[in-house]
Design a protein around this ligand. Structure first.
Ligand code: LLP
Length: 443
């Protein structure tokens, strides 16, 4: 939001989002459906996911890797978009899941993703979560610390099981992305320090009876838009594989993580073929089975958030106050991230373009989606689409300011269906209880 170079024009934005089309009569169309029709029927704010785009992007990612005939499994990062409809759709295409909590693990199972296609990463797994993973015999648990390794070994031994695990390496590589979404530097909380891996690996593989150690995992960060961090990180992992094998230890699996970036504004996002090329270059002849865990690249461009202008306000600046807030889409407030905004209704080319601050209704100055954005002059009831909202959008929502969770809709082959009802206020308050002393005074 703070960059000084010019924003892409609305036409460039449309061009960069082939999922969206502009129709002179129907306005903005996604997957064959006029978004205005959905907004009118379901209300706003409303999340939209286009099944066709999600499926196509999953396929594009697979095609990029198939070019090298690599032995690889695909795990969708559930944290980026956790609706079971999305997970089931991806499961139909052979995708598994990368989960980071017991909740996500249960969700993936409920969406018919087989346990042997689930990997469990995450910095703080509770005993109950680890037991759940062991009970279901998931593909692997990515262990994040020496302490977790010992705890897992003890738990699995008590359960008379051997947990399949990989050690998550912190390779100390800067992913050159936003500070809040980088994970692979030594000072980040994730993974086991590079220099500690070898000794721990030896110990775990040779001496831990509750552990079946199959390999290494790495995830450098998210929204990575250059090749260098991937190459640096994976090269360090390859060096580790060589030294472990030199000692006679077995390394069968490498989990390469996620992180591939997309073009929100004008980032030059490398395609999956770049990732496939780097992975093949480094691991192609190492006789390892591979895994990747992308989230954003698949889901972000498949989704938009529809919102409506509640009021406009003119002063030193023009504000368009919309009915979606930072409680719905938190990324701009949290990471200063830039999301494309397009008018949803048909706009006549003669509508003047104005600079406007698009802000939400939440009582926080950071509830600002865009500053001085060039948009066709906005008025009350106009509908807007925030682009690239399919990943890290609905999943990060809250009910701050007692604002219920928005509805979700999925588009499929020119039709749409509600896949999550808008939360009602009754539902929002349903689990609240008044303490006895207060409820007694009330009655
Ligand atoms: N694997 C692991 C272990 C991860 O921690 C993540 C993301 C992924 C895979 C998927 O990364 P992706 O392909 O989506 O970049 N909320 C932030 C992004 C946080 C990413 C956390 N980890 C945002 O809105 O930008």
């Amino acid at each position: 939001m703070t960059t000084s170079h010019p924003d892409p024009t609305l036409d460039t934005l449309l061009h960069n989002h082939p999922t969206l089309k502009k129709d002179l009569q129907r306005g903005l169309v996604m997957g064959g459906v006029a978004l205005r029709d959905i907004a009118q029927a379901v209300g706003t704010p409303c999340w939209i996911i286009d099944a066709g785009t999600l499926r196509q992007r999953a396929q594009d990612m697979q095609t990029a890797f198939e070019a090298y005939s690599l032995p690889i499994d695909y795990h969708f990062a559930v944290k980026s978009q956790d609706h079971r409809a999305c997970l089931s759709l991806l499961a139909q295409q052979g995708w598994g899941a990368d989960v980071v909590s017991g909740g996500e693990l249960q969700r993936a199972l409920a969406a018919n993703i087989p346990a042997e296609r689930i990997v469990f990463s995450g910095i703080g797994k509770t005993d109950d979560e680890l037991k759940l993973a062991i009970t279901h015999d998931i593909a692997q648990i990515n262990v994040e610390s020496r302490e977790e390794l010992y705890r897992l070994n003890a738990l699995a031994s008590t359960m008379k099981k051997r947990a399949r695990i990989s050690l998550r390496v912190n390779p100390d590589v800067d992913a050159q992305t936003h500070d809040k979404i980088t994970t692979g530097r030594a000072e980040d909380k994730f993974g086991i320090a590079y220099n500690e891996i070898h000794a721990l690996y030896r110990h775990a593989q040779r001496e831990m009876s509750g552990i079946h150690l199959v390999g290494l995992a790495v995830h450098l960060g998210s929204q990575i838009s250059t090749e260098a961090p991937f190459r640096q990180g994976y090269t360090k992992i390859a060096e580790l594989i060589r030294s472990l094998r030199h000692e006679g230890l077995t390394v069968e699996e490498i989990d390469c993580g996620g992180g591939l970036g997309i073009t929100y504004r004008d980032e030059i996002a490398p395609p999956p073929s770049m990732l496939a090329h780097v992975i093949n270059d480094i691991f192609g002849d190492m006789d390892v089975h591979l895994r990747i865990e992308p989230g954003r690249w698949l889901a972000a461009p498949a989704g938009v958030l529809l919102t409506q202008v509640i009021d406009t306000k003119e002063g030193v600046r023009k504000f368009a106050i919309v009915d979606a807030g930072m409680n719905d889409l938190v990324r701009p407030a949290m990471y200063d991230s830039w999301h494309g905004i397009l008018p949803v209704g048909p706009t006549s080319p003669s509508t003047p373009i104005e600079r406007v601050d698009v802000v939400g209704p939440v009582c926080e100055s950071s509830d600002t989606f865009a500053r001085q954005r060039a948009l066709p002059s906005l008025k009350r009831h106009d509908i807007l689409a925030f682009l690239d909202a399919g990943a890290y959008g609905s999943v990060m929502s809250s009910t701050y300011n007692s604002r219920p969770f928005a509805a979700q809709v999925m588009i499929h082959e020119g039709k749409w269906e509600i896949i999550r009802q808008r939360q009602s206020l009754e539902e929002l308050m349903a689990h609240e209880r008044l303490p006895q002393w207060l409820s007694q005074t009330e009655s």
